[in-house]
Design a protein. Structure first.
Length: 53
């Protein structure tokens, strides 16, 4: 899914998704100039956050 779709899914801003990916917290797949995010990776991020709380 695109950055916009990932941001909507996570209820975060697109910039926050970009920063999380740049910091290595979310895996992204680069295809040309596009960065795509897998739903499984986003779900893993949510689960990790839930464990910390």
């Amino acid at each position: 899914m695109s950055r916009r779709e990932a941001a909507t899914y996570l209820r975060l801003s697109e910039m926050t998704v970009h920063r999380l990916a740049s910091a290595g917290h979310i895996q992204r797949v680069k295809i040309g100039r596009r960065a795509l995010y897998r739903r499984e990776d986003l779900d893993r991020l949510i689960a990790q956050g839930a464990r910390r709380a």
